[in-house]
Structure formats: structure tokens, C-alpha cells
Design a protein around this ligand. Structure first.
Ligand code: NAD
Length: 269
């Protein structure tokens, strides 16, 4: 099957394996490379074979430059340091860079933004349709209710997750802040001690077991409360969203896009 050649980085990771499966399952997409961290024992082997499947004719490498050279898109669920390095290389190769990595600092985002001047980047803290709908609903409810309702974002993930709060929780907090017409940094409450301030948007994280990802946005008023909830039970939803983004990004103008753009739901662009 022809179609964009897609490289998956972090191919041995939880999301990397899912992304490979999603590429193979998507008509019109083709796996053209698999990149792992330097020193990994999969290097030089066939990616299908190491995943316990038929040979795919794609040799695992730790050299992103070589893998990206012939690719039309990169799907990247790795670490902030790796993703920043990949952004520059993907831009050089004029390949669409689909970034799922979370926990990126402002400095990381600035370097990724520089790459987006020359290439298409689609970055999302969450590639699921449901969460992107939840973002729109959160913005709408926050705008309707105002500061009489306290906003709290609670997220739960498996114990190996590196960053907290999750990228998705931050996007939900951002949506609530936009709905209220305030700047998130001015009202975000992390690691709270003491009484709640009026207007705070609070964040809390729970870690344990094999939780794929759960997010609640609570609007707590006097005598009533609204809870908007998303529960992910299968990482495949993120992987399929990322493949959709990789295909959507072909032939777009350079820029820093998000999943709302891909879904045609009017993201920031
Ligand atoms: P993981 O630890 O299972 O996988 C990360 C992989 O990246 C590992 O295999 C690691 O070896 C690899 N890696 C590290 N440095 C590398 C390098 N320089 N080159 C190539 N590979 C390298 O983690 P995970 O659960 O798969 O999550 C990865 C990231 O994706 C996290 O930031 C997580 O929060 C994020 N995530 C995003 C979404 C979304 O929808 N946006 C969904 C789930 C997870």
C-alpha cells in the first residue's frame, strides 16, 4: 500500500508499540522506520520480528537522521529531550512531526516552535476524540458558570508516568481559563496547602496500577456540582489519532497545529 511513509520513534515504548500497530492497521499509511534510544537491544533487528509478528522489512535504528530522511511523517511519543532533537531533524527532512510527548518545558516549546516555521508539527497532549470534545465542553461550561463555581481538574494515570499534572489536565485547565477570560498561570493551583482562593483552577494527580488515563473537570458551586469526565481504557485511541494527524498534515502549510485542527474543531492553529 502506498501513502505516507511514517517513522515511529520510541518504538519500544508503551505508545510507540501502539503507534506501530495503528500505522500497520491504517489503509493509506506505511511504516517506513522505527527508532529506539541509543544502546537499545532491538537495534539492527526487524521491527515486526521483535514485536513477535511477521517480518516487516523495517530495521530498527537509533539514528533518527537516517530514518527521517525518506519519511513523510514522524510519530513521536518519547521524552522531551528526544522530541526537541527530533523536531529539528524532522523539519530538515520536511516531514510532518506528530508530537505526543508531554512534560515539555517553555524552552522545549520554543525550540519546537522554531522548527514549526519550516515544517508541519501537530502536537497534542491527548490524541483522543473524546478528550478533544471534553476540552470544548470545559471551555463552554466555564464561560457559562463563571467564578461562583470552583474548577478542579483531577487526573489519574499508571505509576510509570513521568510528568504531573498530565498534559491533558493542563489543556483542560487552559480551556477553563479561556472560558473565564483569565490567564491560567495567574490562577493555577498546584501542590496546594491552605484555603482555596476564589477563582483558582486547581490540579490534582493520582498515580497507580495500569490506569491508561482518566480526567475529571469538576465545577463545584453552592448546593450543586457538575463533573465532566473522560476515561481512556485503550491506548489505541491515542495511536489512531496520531496516525490520523500524520496523514492530515501532508501538504499543509508549515505551522504548529493541534488535534482540534485535525478534527476540524477550530483549534488554535
Ligand atoms: P514509555 O516510557 O513507555 O516510552 C517512551 C519511549 O521513548 C521508551 O521506549 C524510550 O526508550 C524511548 N526514548 C527515550 N529517548 C529516546 C530517544 N532519544 N530516541 C528514541 N527513543 C527514545 O512512555 P509512554 O507511556 O509510551 O509515553 C511516552 C510519552 O507520550 C509521555 O510523554 C506520555 O505522557 C505521552 N503520552 C501522550 C499521549 C497523547 O495522546 N498525547 C498518550 C499517552 C502518552
Amino acid at each position: 500500500m502506498n501513502g505516507p511513509g511514517i517513522v515511529v520513534t520510541g518504538a519500544s515504548g508503551r505508545m510507540g508499540r501502539m503507534a506501530i500497530r495503528a500505522v500497520l492497521d491504517t489503509p493509506g499509511a506505511r511504516l517506513s522506520g522505527a527508532v529506539v534510544r541509543p544502546g537499545h537491544d532491538w537495534i539492527g533487528r526487524d521491527i515486526g520480528e521483535v514485536l513477535g509478528e511477521a517480518r516487516l522489512g523495517v530495521t530498527v535504528t537509533d539514528d533518527p537522521l537516517e530514518a527521517f530522511a525518506t519519511a513523510q511523517a514522524i510519530i513521536d511519543f518519547t521524552t522531551p529531550a528526544a522530541t526537541v532533537a527530533h523536531a529539528a531533524l524532522a523539519a530538515q527532512a520536511r516531514a510532518v512531526h506528530v508530537i505526543g510527548t508531554t512534560g515539555l518545558s517553555d524552552a522545549d516549546l520554543a525550540r519546537i516552535g522554531a522548527a514549526a516555521r519550516h515544517a508541519v508539527i501537530v502536537r497534542a497532549g491527548n490524541f483522543s476524540l473524546g478528550v478533544n470534545l471534553l476540552i470544548g465542553l470545559t471551555r463552554q461550561v466555564a464561560a457559562a458558570l463563571g467564578e461562583d463555581f470552583d474548577v478542579e481538574v483531577l487526573e489519574a494515570h499508571h505509576g510509570a508516568k513521568l510528568d504531573a499534572p498530565s498534559g491533558t489536565a493542563l489543556m483542560l485547565g487552559q480551556a477553563a481559563a479561556e472560558g473565564r477570560g483569565v490567564t491560567l498561570a495567574d490562577v493555577a493551583a498546584h501542590d496546594r496547602t491552605g484555603a482555596r482562593r476564589r477563582g483558582d483552577i486547581g490540579f490534582a494527580s493520582l498515580r497507580g496500577g495500569d490506569i491508561v488515563g482518566e480526567h475529571d473537570v469538576t465545577f463545584a458551586g453552592a448546593g450543586e456540582r457538575i463533573v465532566l469526565r473522560h476515561i481512556a481504557t485503550d491506548r489505541g485511541i491515542f495511536a489512531r489519532g496520531a496516525v490520523r494527524a500524520a496523514i492530515w498534515g501532508q501538504d499543509r502549510d508549515p505551522g504548529d497545529y493541534d488535534m482540534l485542527d485535525v478534527l476540524g474543531m477550530g483549534g488554535a492553529g
